[in-house]
Design a protein around this ligand. Structure first.
Ligand code: NAD
Ligand code: MG
Length: 393
């Protein structure tokens, strides 16, 4: 039995993680964390009986503590609470399914405590990839990808790592020539920039293939998500950005592919169901049964690929430029996007304003090549201030 900490338990990835553990067992869920959804968290406490939970919102934490006063579960709050549950050295695995770069410190705390991490929270790698990957090496912990594309690449690369084929050595694969990072194209694929300008949050929240949390659903519509995933792949698989090619594949059946030095391409194919990559990360290296659907190649009949429209989906281009430059500009790209998407979801700005805000914040940043954690958080603060300035102009 392994001890598990689940950060972001009330969200889309968090709930599916609990579902998978309910099917296969093998984990004692010691702690849970969420931002503010105490009703769902209370249900999870009653079902899973964790020792500790953290509610980031202090006021809501007080309400939950009152409701749970007769239970054995302690209620913590804020960043201190997140760091306490994530930094518990009795944990074997921490699943980071929090949304946004707020996940950086808890992810690092888990690694510092010698705990393996299954990571959905891509914003952490995007903004602090160099710090996180150093912690992976220093603490000799495993970092297992949950993002479906990165899980696909990881699955395609099994046995292809480093001289010993040792995944945890993180030495990169000498036989890997190129990563083919697939992308559905989102709900607005094929539209012009003028059409994008008219899109609302309600339009953007209708993703054709995946059901996910609101922030990543908007990111999938702007294609900013794919830029974040390029950065995520750069860190996870130690490849130059030039070796990562974004390929639009509208049905989301090929979850990504790798090309080797002999020209062979290996792809991972499956139905779009996040439980598969979650399960693979939880039980790695074992492959367990999953009753998700099956891809019928005869039903599929035709499979289409397109190049991304970089001039229309400007966020993808801006993000790939940031990824190539590296350093704190990646934090600015991410933080400006996080802030802009929050405002877009409240219908306070338009769809293409997200791109304009990111561009403005990037233009107004002086890059730091290897930012410290404080400099990463400083770049976030600066980006938010610049985004506010842009919107109020
Ligand atoms: P979601 O909005 O459904 O859930 C987010 C979770 O994070 C919630 O439990 C929320 O309470 C928690 N949270 C937010 N702020 C917090 C804070 N300050 N402290 C503690 N908890 C906090 O989001 P999601 O779709 O599950 O996505 C989570 C992460 O996984 C994101 O980084 C996303 O990019 C990534 N991801 C999601 C999917 C997917 O299919 N949903 C796929 C790939 C990657
Ligand atoms: Mg993805």
């Amino acid at each position: 039995m392994k001890n598990l900490c689940l950060l972001g338990s009330t969200g889309s990835i968090g709930r599916q993680t609990i579902d998978i553990i309910g099917r296969h067992g093998g984990f004692k869920i010691r702690s849970l964390a969420a931002n503010s959804n105490i009703d769902r968290l209370e249900q999870q406490v009653n079902e899973l009986k964790p020792g500790k939970v953290c509610v980031y919102d202090k006021e809501k934490a007080g309400v939950l503590a009152n409701r749970l006063k007769n239970s054995a579960t302690a209620v913590l709050s804020g960043m201190e609470g997140l760091l306490e549950i994530a930094g518990d050295s009795d944990n074997d695995l921490t699943v980071t399914a929090i949304v946004g770069m707020i996940g950086i410190k808890p992810t690092l705390a888990a690694m510092e405590a010698g705990c393996d991490v299954a990571l959905a929270n891509k914003e952490t790698l995007v903004t602090a990839g160099h710090i996180v990957m150093k912690a992976v090496e220093d603490k000799k912990v495993n970092l297992l990808p949950i993002d479906s594309e990165h899980s696909a690449i990881f699955q395609c690369l099994q046995g292809k790592y480093g001289p010993n084929g040792d995944y945890s050595s993180w030495s990169g694969s000498p036989v890997l020539e190129k990563i083919l990072l697939t992308c559905s194209g989102g709900p607005f694929r094929g539209m012009s920039y003028e059409e994008l300008k008219t899109k609302t949050a309600a339009d953007a929240l209708r993703h054709p293939n995946w059901s996910m949390g609101p922030k990543i659903t908007v990111d999938s519509a702007t294609l900013v998500n794919k830029a974040l995933e390029v950065m995520e792949a750069k860190w996870l698989f130690k490849v130059d950005v030039d070796k990562i090619q974004v390929v639009i594949q509208p049905k989301s059946i090929i979850h990504s592919a790798v090309q080797f030095v002999d020209g062979s391409i290996i792809a991972q194919i499956g139905v779009p169901d996040m439980r598969l990559p979650i399960q693979y990360a939880l039980y790695y290296p074992d492959r367990l049964k999953l009753d998700c659907g099956r891809v019928d190649l005869f039903d599929l009949a035709k499979i289409e690929f397109y190049k991304p429209e970089y001039d229309t989906f400007k966020g993808l281009k801006l993000g790939i430029d940031a990824a190539k430059t590296g350093g704190s500009i990646c934090t600015v790209f991410n933080a400006a996007n996080e802030y802009a998407v929050g405002r877009f979801l409240k219908d306070e700005i338009g769809f293409t304003d997200i791109y304009d805000i990111i561009e403005y914040c990037m233009d107004h940043h002086k890059n730091i090549a290897e930012p410290t954690l404080n400099e990463v958080l400083g770049a976030e603060q600066e980006a938010v201030e610049n985004a506010v300035r842009f919107i109020n102009k």
